[in-house]
Design a binder for this molecule. Structure first.
Ligand code: AMP
Ligand code: MN
Ligand code: MN
Ligand code: MN
Length: 274
């Protein structure tokens, strides 16, 4: 069975519609696909309606504040009809909107006008993310690549960055649990944290009642995966895997390059056992 438990659609900052994403995943022989758009579950129904043979797991990726870092917690196997979940996600989207407006003001002060308006147009009805800003800035030739825009304008310490006020990790875990889901710490090695801070993060996540951490992601060294697997084991956390697919590209594909080390307890066994 091929599992991919982390990906994005046009319901947040992905390039493919939920239907296109599901069709692509089916072509890639994915059996179980979790749709995990940023702070929304809006793409789930269309994805489920489009699936012919794969199973769609309802999910979301919640932005959290932790010591001034943006940390992402993925919720899997959610009851998306749960009101408390939808209320919390709606609050997050309001924060996104206010942050985006402030990002626009800060960029304008630095002489870069009208970025918020363009980013908003790109996002349409989806929650507005820094990816939308990044696309606008690249389009205007202000940086040579999507990644460089973050280094130059959008990541912490740069002119377009606005300190976050997302919910905290405990609140995200609680929200996910109330909606009968499982809480997964997303991509622990992608936050620009030292190993010491990653250990602290995983340990706190476990203490707060988190269920799993992502251990297998594309382009990760075996050593890194082994290290995350041992951290999970140490804190009695399950393991998850996902591509974090946003757009078709040469180095990231749905369901590819994902395999958990043997000692891991796959998170999907938890809902399969229900
Ligand atoms: P936001 O949740 O609005 O802060 O936007 C975060 C999204 O921007 C992430 O989910 C990624 O898709 C993208 N992103 C964040 N940081 C980077 C980075 N350094 N390089 C490329 N993409 C990034
Ligand atoms: Mn994203
Ligand atoms: Mn993320
Ligand atoms: Mn993601």
């Amino acid at each position: 069975m091929r599992f991919d438990l982390h990906c994005h659609t046009t319901a947040s900052d992905g390039g493919l519609s939920p239907k296109e994403l599901v069709m692509r995943a089916e072509n890639m022989q994915v059996d179980v696909l979790a749709i995990t758009d940023h702070d929304t579950t809006a793409g789930i129904e269309q994805a489920q309606a489009s699936a012919k043979h794969l199973q769609v797991i309802p999910g979301t990726e919640i932005s959290c504040a932790w010591h001034a870092f943006d940390i992402h917690v993925v919720g899997l196997n959610l009851d998306i009809a749960h009101q408390g979940l939808q209320q919390q996600l709606s609050l997050q989207r309001e924060k996104r909107e206010l942050r985006a407006q402030e990002m626009g003001r800060r960029l304008a002060k630095a002489g870069i006008d009208g970025v918020y308006q363009q980013a908003k147009q790109l996002a349409g009805s989806a929650p507005i993310t820094r990816s939308h800003f990044a696309n606008v800035l690249v389009e205007r030739g202000l940086a040579t690549s999507f990644n460089k825009v973050f280094d130059k304008y959008l990541s912490r310490g740069n002119i377009g960055y606005v300190p976050n006020n997302w919910m905290n990790i405990g609140e995200a875990i609680e929200t996910i649990h109330q909606a009968k889901g499982f809480a997964v710490l997303a991509h622990p090695t992608h936050y620009d944290l030292s190993n010491k801070w990653i250990r602290k993060l995983v340990s706190e996540f476990a203490e707060l009642g988190g269920d799993a951490i992502e251990v297998a992601m594309p382009q990760m060294s075996k050593d890194q995966q082994q290290w995350l697997a041992s951290l999970a084991q140490q804190h009695q956390l399950c393991a998850s895997q996902g591509s974090d697919f946003h757009h078709p590209s040469t180095w990231r594909e749905l369901g590819r390059g994902l395999q958990l080390p043997d000692q891991c307890q796959p998170i999907w066994q938890r809902w399969q056992a229900l």
